[in-house]
Design a protein around this ligand. Structure first.
Ligand SMILES: [Zn+2]
Ligand SMILES: [Zn+2]
Length: 127
């Protein structure tokens, strides 16, 4: 277990270069992305980091996350144009999306996350 696992303070104290996992695509060391919940703050909470660890590759533009409990890196895909604009905070090219699940009922499901405001949203659409 990680003895440095203090409660998240929202401060990015973990951004040490060179200690990230390797890019699954090009083996470059990944760069930590701070993805923080910035919405739903009406209770007066400070912005808090999402529970996943997010990474990006500066070389090949790979982006993805690591579940908090550890485990495999999961690739996400950056969305461009209108789809990439966050519905919630309005930032351009803020959204990434998971690979869609392949459902037999004719619906596909994926998971959209805004890297700017930390909002995630499951989606369902006709394949
Ligand atoms: Zn890469
Ligand atoms: Zn957003």
């Amino acid at each position: 277990m990680d003895s440095g696992d203090l409660p998240d303070s929202g401060v990015n104290e973990e951004l040490d270069e060179g200690s990230g996992p390797r890019c699954p695509r090009c083996a470059e060391t990944l760069t930590r992305l701070e993805v923080v919940h910035r919405r739903n703050n009406w209770g007066g909470f400070a912005p808090r980091p999402r529970s996943e660890r997010w990474w990006e590759c500066r070389r090949c533009d790979w982006v993805g996350y690591e579940p908090r409990q550890g485990g495999a890196l999961t690739a996400m895909r950056r969305l461009a144009g209108e789809e990439g604009t966050c519905f919630f905070c309005g930032e351009d090219e803020a959204n990434v999306v998971s690979a869609p699940s392949d459902d037999s009922d004719g619906w596909r499901r994926d998971w959209l996350v805004c890297l700017v405001c930390g909002t995630s949203n499951p989606r369902r659409y006709r394949s």
